[in-house]
Design a protein around this ligand. Structure first.
Ligand code: NDP
Length: 307
């Protein structure tokens, strides 16, 4: 069976940063890219808040560069999905695409999280063309325009408030007659004059043309329909961490995120490290994921040296 010192699962900024560091430390890591090579950033258009790119950079382009950088130092980046992982044996054993098995002395989990979408066909059609699940990433492209945010939690309120500071009008589409967000966040929303909260509305269809989103058709719980003119449609209805594979194997919190020893990337299993959004329900930024990947690589390197 093939054996590696360091297996990295996931290919977002956390996975590739871990690959850059572990390959430069001569650990010859093998990276399995997973279902969505390049991770969530490949679903955004332009990234303007990653330090070092004064003109901004496309999400797909940035991930291609991170991959190249990891490969330059010898990281073995492979297309494939880890479908099983045995953490009860040493070395650990990963199954790739249900077939191939590979042994690993250490594992870095960087499988990320996925934003939840409503599941509308029209929403998928305009993804990256006005439909986004990240106001911090994409909000800037809609400055001085009208936009909508879907959701009633802290993320939705935070994103609506952020968008209100750069956009003309923000509609907050909430399916219930109340917000779930903390009182402080609610107050901020209610005190922002250019946020209009639309309670008890669900989105029926995202409207658009060849240039992207132009509006949304909403339905009130009473059945009445409302069409709003917007250029950006932001989802903030939660994320789910990609941790199916680790259930019953690694300690997860109640939301399913991997628990790590605070200030480190160490999981409850020695030799298994977690980095990026799979362990971070709060910050979820490319730069924080990259930093977290670096921490995991350093923890991994120290672990392998200490054995
Ligand atoms: P939440 O799960 O708290 O909220 C999700 C929101 O989306 C809810 O209002 C929910 O509605 C709504 N929703 C879910 N599915 C749909 C759907 N299909 N259609 C319409 N609406 C839908 O997620 P958040 O991302 O807001 O927050 C996650 C965690 O992170 C929370 O614990 C939050 O407190 C925390 N957080 C803290 C922040 C801070 O402290 N600054 C900032 C951001 C997040 P419903 O209420 O009807 O279920």
């Amino acid at each position: 069976m093939e054996r590696t010192k360091c297996l990295i699962i996931g290919s977002g900024p956390a996975g590739f940063t871990a690959a850059i560091y572990t390959s430069r430390a001569n650990l010859s890591p093998i990276v399995y890219e997973g279902i969505e090579p390049g991770g969530q950033l490949t679903t955004t258009t332009e990234i303007e808040n990653f330090p070092g790119y004064p003109e901004g950079i496309g999400g797909t382009e940035m991930m291609a560069q991170l991959k190249q950088q990891a490969q330059r130092f010898g990281a073995d980046v492979r297309f494939g999905v880890v479908t099983d992982l045995d953490l009860d044996v040493r070395p650990f054993v990963a199954t790739i695409d249900g077939e191939k098995k590979i042994e690993a002395d250490a594992v870095i989990v960087a499988t990320g999280a996925s934003a939840k979408y409503l599941g509308l066909e029209s929403e998928m059609k305009y993804r990256g063309q006005g439909v986004s699940a990240c106001a911090t990433c994409d909000g800037f492209f809609y400055r001085k325009q009208d936009v909508a945010v879907v959701g009633g939690g802290d993320t939705a309120c935070e994103e609506a408030t952020y968008l209100a500071s750069i956009c003309k009008q923000v509609y907050l589409i909430v399916r219930k007659p109340f917000l779930r967000a903390s009182k402080a966040m609610q107050e901020r929303v209610f005190n922002t004059p250019n946020i209009k909260v639309l309670f008890e509305y669900n989105t029926v269809e995202v409207l658009g043309d060849e240039d992207g989103v132009t509006g949304a058709r909403l339905r009130h719980s009473s059945g009445e329909e409302l069409t709003i003119d917007i250029m950006g449609f932001f989802l903030a209805i939660g994320h789910h961490p990609n941790t199916e594979l680790f259930k019953g194997k690694l300690e997860l919190d109640e939301e399913g995120y991997i628990k790590t020893i605070p200030g480190t990337s160490k999981t409850n299993i020695e030799g298994v490290f977690a980095a990026g959004d799979v362990k971070d329900p709060h910050y979820r930024q490319a730069i924080t994921a990259a930093g977290s990947g670096c921490i995991a690589a350093l923890d991994c390197e120290r672990y392998l040296l200490s054995r």
